[in-house]
Design a protein. Structure first.
Length: 71
């Protein structure tokens, strides 16, 4: 993961992905730009998957704490 991703939020990553998809669907990108966009999209997808995984783990930890305090 490059440092550019650590500076963005999940929401920003999703918005950038949507923009990339729109640019790709327009059919107006030349091959070099298309490859760059696909590469960036793949990086963003991996970033989002990792953020979701980490969020799920944190959520589970919080739920376990809450459950243990209720017992």
């Amino acid at each position: 993961m490059n440092s550019k991703n650590t500076e963005i939020t999940y929401k920003q990553a999703i918005e950038e992905l949507e923009q990339i998809v729109n640019e790709i669907e327009s059919g107006e990108l030349d091959l070099d730009d298309l490859l760059k966009k696909v590469d960036r999209a793949a990086t963003l997808i991996l970033y989002c998957k990792e953020k979701l995984k980490n969020s799920e783990t944190k959520f589970d930890e919080v739920m376990k704490k809450l459950e243990s305090n209720n017992n």
